[in-house]
Design a protein around this ligand. Structure first.
Ligand SMILES: C[S@@+](CC[C@H](N)C(=O)[O-])C[C@H]1O[C@@H](n2cnc3c(N)ncnc32)[C@H](O)[C@@H]1O
Ligand code: SF4
Length: 374
């Protein structure tokens, strides 16, 4: 390669929209009440933060997550788009917006579509009224179907849905029913998360750590088998899709690419650093107004950190990792042999990946690799 040529590194943009109309009992993501004052302050600071990005590259992927970005009003959507369009040379390959079924409207969807959004991610969680209530999720099955229909009626051709399984009291019949209704919608992408009891959530305060490991594992196996049979290939521990619809944005982060996060509590991995914006609308906005954004959890990325994370995140993906290219290839070789002997890992010519059985123990395996290499 000519020495002058630069290696092209994809760049993602993550926009955290920290507002939810109602708060779900299980959720620990940073969020605020969507008062008019909060929203105005947020938009002003966000526009400034986006404008301050000093990078010539365009964004290959853009992801509006939350919170519920779907809550933004058309005027706010247009304001953000105006800044982004001057900053991007072309519409990104993938531009996702997370929406919740109870805050969707045709007008908002039309605006998202008009500015270039080409992927919708809808938080469904469950179609079962009892499960929704247990999760403290303020939406009805009717709202879910209506919202999904609206999205499709506007010709969004790449739609993902999120489900949560193993809520307290959920039976295997209810899980299968959720999965059947999910595939009946025919989305391009399905994310399924085992319910986690996060600290400082209503759910944990009410039930403590209510996780039931055996049931979680059985349900996870059911999810994987069901989705595979119905044409949704697994490509990551919690992610399944029809062929060609893996999330490009998320894949870039798992492959240790670069992304810039804007908005309170957003994380970035950029120019050799990993860091997080302060998780407070008030402080974040004040710092942006004073041109002095405070970054927390700053980590200087060296070869060692990136190589460890490449293994840990790589093993979460079905494509696995090219261990030969990793600086820790020799060091973890005995561990890899051991996992292979136990049927938890498969070795291809070039790559290694976890087997279905291995994926059930992914977190424990990751922890052991981390302990070995740290
Ligand atoms: C960042 S959240 C935002 C999505 C959007 N706010 C919504 O709820 O519709 C993305 C997904 O994470 C999952 N999630 C959040 N908290 C969880 C928890 N405690 N356990 C399992 N999944 C969780 C939910 O499936 C949710 O849709
Ligand atoms: S799950 Fe989504 S809608 Fe519910 S509180 Fe969390 S971010 Fe908000």
């Amino acid at each position: 390669m000519n020495r002058q040529e630069k290696v092209y590194t994809p760049l993602g943009l993550y926009v955290h929209v920290p507002f939810c109309a109602t708060k779900c009992d299980y959720c620990a993501f940073y969020k605020e009440r969507p008062s008019r004052q909060n929203l105005e302050r947020y938009i002003c600071a966000l526009l400034r933060e986006i404008q301050s990005i000093g990078d010539e590259r365009t964004f290959d992927t853009v992801y509006f997550g939350g919170g519920t970005p779907g809550i933004l009003l058309p005027r706010a959507i247009d304001q953000i788009a105006e800044i982004l369009h001057t900053r991007m040379h072309k519409i990104p390959l993938e531009w996702t917006v997370e929406i919740a079924p109870n805050t969707v409207s045709v007008e908002k969807l039309q605006h998202w579509k008009a500015i270039g959004v080409n992927r919708i991610s809808m938080g469904i969680q469950s179609f079962n009224e009892t499960t929704l209530r247990t999760l403290g999720r303020q939406q009805t099955p009717r709202q879910i179907f209506h919202a999904y229909e609206l999205v499709r009626s506007l010709d969004f051709t790449n739609v993902g849905i999120d489900l949560i399984f193993s809520a307290p009291g959920q039976t295997s019949e209810q899980l299968l029913n959720d999965l059947s209704l999910a595939i009946a919608l025919d989305p391009e992408h399905i994310s399924t998360y085992c319910l986690t009891y996060e600290d400082d959530t209503i759910l944990k305060n009410k039930l403590g750590d209510g996780a039931e490991e055996n049931r979680d594992r059985d349900f996870y196996e059911t999810v994987c088998e069901f989705l595979e049979i119905h044409g949704y290939g697994q490509y990551e521990i919690s992610n399944f899709c029809k062929k060609g619809y893996a999330s490009l944005h998320n894949r870039n982060t798992w492959l240790m690419g670069e992304w810039i996060g804007v908005g309170p509590s957003a994380s970035s991995q950029y120019r050799g650093l990993r860091y997080t914006n302060i998780a407070s609308l008030d402080r974040w906005a004040r710092e942006i107004e004073n041109n002095a954004p405070e970054r927390t959890d700053v980590i200087k990325l060296d070869k060692k950190i990136l190589a460890i994370d490449e293994i840990i995140f790589g093993l979460r993906m079905n494509e696995g990792i090219d261990l030969g290219k990793n600086i820790f290839c020799q060091k973890i070789s005995p561990f890899v042999d051991d996992l292979e002997a136990q049927g938890l890992l498969r070795r291809g010519e070039q790559r290694i990946c976890l087997t279905g059985k291995g994926r059930l123990l992914c977190d424990a395996i990751a922890q052991e690799i981390f302990n070995t290499l740290e």
